[in-house]
Design a protein around this ligand. Structure first.
Ligand SMILES: Nc1ncnc2c1ncn2[C@@H]1O[C@H](COP(=O)(O)OP(=O)(O)OP(=O)(O)O)[C@@H](O)[C@H]1O
Length: 257
């Protein structure tokens, strides 16, 4: 059996004494390389906090998070990003006046010179490879016909797909997706599902927080159910669908599953 690529070992996080992640023993969770983990649970379950801990926005009160065996440096988002972890936010941090393609070209950890080039319109001939890669990624996420459009003209669903393309431009080893299907039409959702399958085949590890259970349970290898910061259940999608505790605590209210 392959070793876990990402491992949370007895991780806890509290806000003002209130437990957000991890019970008495902390939250322990693993993801295998090239697998897709679905993180689900009711509002306030601790899903976003877990993402914030993995991406280094928050520091665990206790416990360790490891990537390929190496402990992640807490509250060092830039260093964690450089280790190959990319997070696609619900609201992309895009430049509205730049084109869709340029926003992908200046993906977060590209050198500042690319941002300068985009803002002044002075891309160099040598940036062509970057432009071609951005266009290819945009085609993959279903935005081929929006490549040269200003970002301000995109719909909410298209913005989500742009954010996915922006993060993929960084060739992450671990991709965190925060509710990627919200506001995305069924055609683009289908494309996203196929893309995630291809990324996994290429070895990318993916964690998705998603309320759209029909989508998530169709693509996940493994599902973890959080309730009040604790792991209620984990397992393959079929086992999660049938788990009486999960149905009572969460799925009962989500008939889409
Ligand atoms: N910065 C913060 N300060 C104080 N409390 C917080 C903070 N962030 C989260 N919490 C609390 O931690 C708990 C877990 O919140 P979190 O946002 O992680 O849940 P979630 O599962 O992502 O919920 P949702 O599905 O609504 O996004 C909640 O009780 C929330 O109110």
């Amino acid at each position: 059996m392959s070793q876990p690529f990402l491992n949370l070992d007895r991780v806890t996080k509290r806000f003002g004494g209130l437990k957000a992640v991890g019970g008495d023993d902390g939250l322990s969770l693993s993801v295998t390389e090239g697998h897709l983990l679905g993180l689900i649970g009711p509002n306030g379950a601790g899903k976003s906090t877990t993402f914030n801990l993995i991406s280094g926005v928050l520091k665990p009160d206790s416990g360790t998070i490891r990537l390929a065996g190496a402990p992640l440096p807490a509250t060092k988002p830039d260093r964690i990003a450089a280790m190959g972890i990319a997070r696609a936010f619900q609201q992309p941090r895009a430049f509205p006046s730049l084109s869709v393609r340029e926003n992908v070209m200046i993906a977060p950890d590209n050198p500042g010179e690319h941002i300068w080039a985009a803002l002044t319109g002075r891309w160099r001939e040598t940036d062509r490879g970057l432009a071609d890669e951005a266009a290819a990624l945009l085609s993959v996420v279903g935005l081929a016909d929006r490549v040269d459009a200003p970002v301000s003209t995109l719909s909410g669903g298209e913005l989500r797909m742009l954010e996915v393309a922006r993060q993929l431009m960084r060739h992450p080893r671990l991709l965190l997706l925060d509710e990627p299907t919200a506001g995305v039409d069924p055609k683009l959702q289908k494309r996203l599902g196929a893309l995630l399958g291809e990324l996994k085949q290429g070895g990318t590890t993916i964690i998705i927080v998603e309320h759209n259970l029909h989508f998530l349970l169709g693509i996940a290898d493994h599902v973890a159910v959080l309730v009040r910061g604790e792991l209620l259940a984990e397992g393959p999608p079929d086992a999660i669908r049938r788990d009486e505790r999960v149905i009572a605590a969460y799925l009962g209210a989500n008939h889409a599953a």
